[in-house]
Design a protein around this ligand. Structure first.
Ligand SMILES: Cc1cc2nc3c(=O)[nH]c(=O)nc-3n(C[C@H](O)[C@H](O)[C@H](O)COP(=O)(O)OP(=O)(O)OC[C@H]3O[C@@H](n4cnc5c(N)ncnc54)[C@H](O)[C@@H]3O)c2cc1C
Length: 373
């Protein structure tokens, strides 16, 4: 079996299958990177909460029965023959799982590369980290440039953590923060968590601009042009760029309407024994680590059911928990459900330091499980 991509989805499916099948498993996990990091670690690095080195976990440490890791770059995927090539060779496999995540098209937003900063890549977050200490006054816009984007709470978290950082630097009174997002509520399925966020924005003097995206940036004038034609001057623009599949996925013939369509319960694509999980797939649920992990567990159950010849009963139920950083050590949680009702629902679990501890310990637990130590 071949799993392409060792992010949230790839690590979860490899760990689940290893735990269920043990040494009888023959799974090769491929990633171009040397190490894994959680998506939220980019915010920790950007706001000087953790060092880049401390949030990276080397794939060399993976020690799970039946799992071998290879650091290679995938160069082609043929879903018909289930043949995958990398810069080092070729693989033929009986079961293929594509977990290659979402890539970014920064050039899709005119002016973003010239006058703004994206922080959704690790390098982008490190660049912003290096700029922040020199930022002493002016207007910062945290702006979403396209939809869908990873982790819908992340722009709100960024605005709140930026507020905390600027307070710590003693320059908050000289700065304005605006947040531009394409939703009416910051977390549409959860009214409770959204209400808590809106209250925090008011308290921290963060201007919330809902139902809007940044279409382009006038680099010369340093002005963000919103979709309704409004212009917002800025001194620092932190942008969430357009998301897309990577080139190798685009060329695989698996993509329809921008992402890989899958059965939303089993994650099977239209090609036999070819699965797509996580951000690369279109399931109608947000692109987020907790949903990628849920999808991975269901795909693993489907693979086992097919292999053992029994009915598949553990389809993905579209639920997941979103942890939301409020700053000052406080974390909120929304438990959301995308499949049970016709519109997504969410339960607000509060905002507390206990939830901050819970988020940390779930991260530690995932890491220990995925890496087998
Ligand atoms: C700022 C930010 C904050 C976030 N906060 C949270 C959060 O708090 N909670 C949460 O649940 N989610 C969060 N997310 C979202 C989360 O990180 C992603 O949704 C999640 O990682 C998706 O998992 P995945 O397995 O689909 O893709 P990824 O985790 O992106 O993994 C894809 C893997 O494929 C590899 N790859 C890609 N192309 C190739 C290639 N050609 N060859 C070899 N390897 C390749 C990549 O190196 C990568 O390791 C956040 C994201 C961001 C950007």
């Amino acid at each position: 079996m071949l799993v392409l991509g060792a992010g949230f989805g790839g690590l979860e499916i490899a760990a689940t299958l290893s735990e269920r099948i043990g040494d009888g498993l023959d799974l090769t996990l491929i990633d171009k990177n040397e190490s894994f990091f959680f998506g939220y670690s980019k915010l920790d690095v950007m706001f000087w909460r953790q060092s880049a080195k401390s949030v990276k976990h080397s794939y060399r440490q993976i020690n799970k029965p039946g799992v071998q890791f290879r650091q290679e770059t995938i160069t082609s995927i043929d879903p018909v023959s289930r043949r995958v090539t990398t810069q080092s060779g070729a693989y033929d496999t009986d079961v293929l799982v594509i977990a290659l995540g979402a890539d970014y098209n920064i050039g899709a937003t005119p002016g973003l590369a010239e006058a703004g900063h994206e922080f959704y890549t690790f390098n982008g977050a490190e660049k912003v980290r290096d700029i922040l200490p020199t930022f002493k006054k002016g207007h910062v816009i945290v702006g979403v440039c396209s939809f869908p984007f990873k982790c819908p709470p992340a722009p709100s978290e960024t605005a709140l953590l930026l507020h905390e950082y600027l307070v710590r630097q003693g320059v908050r009174k000289n700065c304005d923060i605006s947040l531009v997002v394409p939703f009416e509520l910051p977390i549409p399925p959860s009214y409770g968590t959204s209400k808590a966020l809106l209250k925090a924005f008011r308290k921290k003097n963060i201007s919330y601009i809902p139902d809007m995206m940044v279409g382009s940036i006038d680099a010369k004038r340093k002005v963000a042009e919103l979709d309704d034609g409004r212009e917002m001057p800025f001194d620092l623009f932190l942008g969430i760029p357009e998301h897309c599949v990577s080139g190798v996925v685009e060329q695989s013939g698996l993509v329809f309407d921008e992402w890989i369509p899958v059965n939303k319960h089993s994650m099977l694509t239209k090609f036999p024994n070819v699965y797509a999980i996580g951000d690369v797939a279109s399931t109608g649920i947000p692109k987020s680590g907790s949903f990628a992990a849920g999808a991975a567990r269901s795909a693993a159950e489907h693979i086992i059911a097919e292999y053992e010849g029994h009915d598949f009963t553990m389809g993905y139920d579209g639920t997941g928990s979103c942890y939301v950083e409020f700053g000052e050590g406080m974390v909120g949680r929304a438990d959301v459900d995308f499949y049970t009702k016709s519109t997504a629902t969410g339960i607000h679990r509060g905002v507390s330091t206990t939830l901050a501890d819970e988020k940390r310990s779930i991260g530690e637990r995932n890491k220990a499980r995925w890496f087998g130590n």
